[in-house]
Design a protein around this ligand. Structure first.
Ligand code: PMP
Length: 409
């Protein structure tokens, strides 16, 4: 195997041990990441000794909780290189973030005859909300193809975007193939026709350095649980002017300025988009997850996490490619995610045999059925890496695959 990975933090993750004390080779980080003790502790303290509501309390505990909740917003803004914490709306996850944009921005800005550009490799959560919007307003959807290697075909995108396109929505990193989008080029192409660009950052936020100004997108979403944080918290980023012009997504407490039965006025963003009691403990734990991730990344920052995980993906690709019955999908340079198919073995069977070896992979369509259709397979097996992954995980995967080969002859 080639270069050794530089980051191994397995000991920080209590979930990486089986109940009988053996290492658990968790290769499903693209679905959801395991949690470091620091995040579990932050969540536990926030739910226990520190717990109170935010924004309304007159007592000290509530005021402290408000400070912690708003500190999480500031930390998130710093983490993604946003200009201000007012550009950060906490949502339930990436799915909700995309739905906010589709409902609120899309509802206000798209009309019959307008077009939305997606790509062949999108996750269902970056397809279905746009289909629902398109149906509601009478807009149409176009699909940018992917290259043979598995990258969004930016030549095609540039050649086929028109003034009718009001929105381009693309995965920054594919959850199936690990392909990294040429985001700046996509932004330039979208802006050249006056369209907005939404980036689905679910798979890039945990493994890439992010800077909103450099990416030049208009909306960015990601989920906390893929970034070593808890479920139930995600982030929607947009510039303040864009949020300012958007109507609320949901109505309720906290999102208002003044309520009367005659007329209600709304709070400015980000509060306008955070109706109801927010995900207080989840936001605080997300803060801890960002701190943890950056400390694990060390002085090399997020770039070293990318190098670590893409290095493991390369090693896995090399090892898998040596097996005749295996077809490895996606580009050589993958952001820590490798999909493959094994001739004569359904990915679910492979996943079940690997489970017996304490190796957890994902088998299925990965919420990307249009991509499966394009690849001509019903499902793939997927191994995805996190900051805690190491060469032992790849060796365990390969041992399990060899056993599967013996079983299936
Ligand atoms: N987009 C991508 C690329 C993803 O990988 C995922 C999660 N698998 C999502 C969107 C949806 O994220 P969530 O389910 O956390 O809302």
């Amino acid at each position: 195997m080639s270069s050794a990975p530089t980051i191994t933090r397995r000991a920080d993750f209590p979930g990486l041990i089986t109940p009988d004390g053996n290492p658990w080779h968790y290769l499903d980080t693209a679905a959801t990441a395991q949690k470091p003790q620091a995040v579990i502790d932050a969540m536990s303290h926030a739910l226990g000794r520190d717990y109170a509501t935010v924004h309304r309390g007159v007592y000290a505990r509530s005021a402290n909780m408000t400070l912690a909740y708003e500190a999480a917003r500031r930390r998130t803004a710093e983490f993604i290189g946003a200009k201000s914490e007012n550009e950060i709306v906490f949502v339930r996850g990436a799915t909700e973030g995309i739905n906010v944009v589709a409902e609120s921005w899309g509802g206000a800005n798209l009309k019959a005859g307008d077009r939305i550009m997606l790509s062949q490799l999108e996750h269902h959560s970056n397809i279905v909300p746009w289909q629902m919007l398109a149906e509601r307003v009478g807009a149409a959807i176009d699909v940018c193809p992917i290259t043979e290697e598995g990258l969004v075909d930016l030549d095609w995108l540039e050649a086929n975007l028109t003034r009718e396109h009001k929105l381009v929505a693309l995965a920054h990193v594919s959850n199936v193939l690990g392909s990294v989008l040429g985001a700046k080029r996509a932004a330039k192409a979208a802006h050249a026709v006056g369209a907005k660009l939404l980036l689905d950052g679910c798979q890039s936020a945990p493994r890439m350095r992010l800077n909103m100004a450099e990416l030049d997108c208009d909306f960015f979403v990601f989920s906390g649980h893929k970034l070593y944080g808890p479920t139930g918290i995600g982030v929607l980023w947009a510039r303040e002017e864009l949020f300012d012009a958007m109507p609320p997504y949901q109505g309720g407490g906290s999102m208002i300025d003044r309520v009367t039965f005659e007329k209600t006025t709304y709070a400015p963003p980000p509060q306008r988009f955070e109706a109801g009691t927010p995900m207080i403990t989840e936001a605080i734990a997300l803060h801890a997850a960002i701190d943890y991730t950056l400390s694990a990344a060390g002085s090399g920052g997020m770039e070293s996490l990318f190098a670590h995980e893409s290095g493991l993906a390369r090693q896995a690709r090399e090892a898998l490619s040596k097996i005749n019955s295996i077809r490895v999908l996606g580009p050589e340079r993958s952001a820590g995610i490798v999909s493959f198919v094994m001739e004569g073995v359904h990915p679910h069977d492979l996943g079940t045999i690997l489970d017996e070896e304490n190796v957890a992979i994902r088998a299925g369509h990965h919420c990307a059925q249009p991509l499966m259709d394009h690849l001509g397979v019903p499902a793939t097996a997927r191994a995805s890496f996190g900051l805690y992954s190491d060469e032992d995980d790849i060796e365990a995967l390969m041992r399990g695959i060899e056993r599967t080969q013996r079983i299936f002859g």
